[in-house]
Design a protein around this ligand. Structure first.
Ligand code: TRP
Length: 452
């Protein structure tokens, strides 16, 4: 295998790395997906299961991925190959690259929606609704419009390609440094607005009070898939980002920052959406359109709603972009490291292929809406395969690999290579070896048994 490290690039600063990794983690998964699957799966109890998955599975696997990346300075395929050459473990790397392909294919579609909404906000189309149903109808007709959906999907992929072409430091790191703090500020403003709506309390209760009777086995699988998706785990994105780290970085604190930040944004977003959903008399089970139809209705009724709608959708688009970048980067890093391609060729070719694969997902709510093999449209199938299967399996195998094959001792040495003692080493070693792999396995088994 060809490994040309000089072509790869490095993060310039520690802060830049943390922001880029947070930029990967914080995205549509937090702002768009977390609220709608929480809404569809009963609220509070789902949130609790999600948080448990973050602590027991997400956190240890993120550190495992960063460690593999920094140790090898390679893409996921190259990394597993280097640590255990000639063994099937390299398969985890290939699965990761495949997951990157699939996720970006539908992620780019939703990224396109955010761009379209940004434009709609600017042109005053989003602060004119007299009731939330109108906002929902607007969303429904937009996602069914073939021309517009494909246009914005292409625009979003074009932006992603343009940033990734510029490389790690010049493109990715710079883009993330401005956005992340602004996003938090904006969410806090929206949260205050949502919480002061009449009827907000019902929403808070739904969101924060765990009613376990509403929790299904399926929901637990979804919570775990969501933990992987939201933290960008299970497909080597964090291996790839870790591979651009200079050796002196502190991996453990970086992991804690990224996990906390990502979780905070998701939880905040719930505090925006659910009070608003209940205050407007909508159903929390609205699905993928939830954020797109509820928020415009909130904007319409609030002072400076126009400005808020613009700012929100700009930020959402950028949050989506900083995540899409990391998905493309995994695929690109593989072609650069393993196949010796130039960055430019890798980015352009793969960006276009992924866009093309995404087209049927983009049409799933319009032209192809009737095409539902096994009861799900194309978009939902790709999301389901990648998020609920490839990511958890990839994450479980990564935990097994670090815990048992490469070994926590070696990993521990890498974590402490240039830094002070790893204080929560005992917790980490235990969860990485036992809890994370077993938790993922149990969730799969319980998922398979009741449905068979
Ligand atoms: N974490 C991102 C989000 O929440 C999506 C994402 C980016 C991702 N890179 C990933 C998901 C790698 C899984 C794997 O929107």
């Amino acid at each position: 295998m060809i490994q040309q490290n000089h072509k790869r690039g490095l993060w310039a600063t520690r802060m830049g790395f943390i922001l880029a990794a947070s930029g990967s983690a914080v995205g549509l998964g937090n702002v768009w997906k977390f609220p709608y699957i929480t809404g569809q799966n009963g609220g509070g109890a789902f949130v609790l299961v999600y948080l448990i998955c973050i602590a027991l599975v997400g956190l240890p696997i993120m550190l495992a991925e960063f460690t593999i990346g920094r140790k090898t300075s390679l893409n996921p395929v190259g990394a597993f190959y280097e640590l255990r050459p000639g063994t099937p473990w390299v398969g985890i790397g290939f699965m990761g690259v495949l997951a990157g392909f699939l996720i970006l294919s539908f992620y780019g579609v939703v990224g396109g929606w955010t761009l379209a909404y940004m434009v709609n906000a600017l042109t005053h189309s989003l602060d004119q609704f007299t009731n939330p149903a109108e906002a929902g109808k607007f969303f429904g007709s937009f996602i069914g419009n073939t021309g517009e959906v494909i246009f914005y999907h292409a625009a979003f992929m074009g932006l992603t390609i343009a940033i990734v072409i510029k490389g790690v430091h010049g493109g990715i790191e710079k883009a993330c440094e401005i956005l992340m703090p602004t996003l938090v500020l904006m969410l806090i403003i929206l949260m205050i607005r949502a919480l002061t709506l009449d009827g907000a309390m019902e929403g808070l209760k739904f969101y924060l009070y765990p009613d376990f009777s509403k929790l299904s086995g399926e929901a637990i699988l979804l919570a775990m898939g969501q933990a992987f998706f939201s933290l960008s785990l299970g497909m080597g994105a964090m291996i790839t980002y870790g591979s651009y780290l200079p050796p002196q970085e502190n991996l453990t604190s970086a992991t804690l920052y990224v996990v906390l930040f990502d979780t905070l944004i998701a939880l905040l977003m719930g505090l925006v959406i659910f009070p608003a959903v209940f205050a407007m008399g909508l159903e929390p089970t609205g699905g993928p359109g939830l954020v797109f139809s509820v928020l415009p209705a909130v904007f319409t009724g609030m002072p400076l709603g126009w400005a808020a709608s613009i700012l929100f959708f700009i930020l959402l688009a950028i949050a989506a972009l900083t995540s899409a970048i990391s998905l493309l980067e995994v695929v690109v890093a593989y072609f650069i490291d393993q196949k010796g391609w130039e960055r430019k060729k890798a980015v352009l070719t793969m960006g276009l292929v992924i866009f093309a694969i995404g087209i049927p997902s983009g049409l799933s709510f319009g032209l192809l809406a009737g095409f539902k093999p096994l009861g799900m449209n194309f978009f939902d199938h790709i999301d389901n395969i990648a998020t609920n299967y490839l990511l958890p399996i990839g994450g479980m195998m990564t935990a097994v690999f670090v815990g048992w094959i490469w070994g926590t001792e070696e990993a521990h040495k890498e974590i402490e290579r240039h830094e002070t003692t790893f204080r929560w080493a005992a917790y980490w070693e235990f969860v990485v070896r036992y809890i994370a792999p077993v938790a993922v396995a149990i969730v799969f088994i319980t998922k398979i048994i009741p449905s068979s």
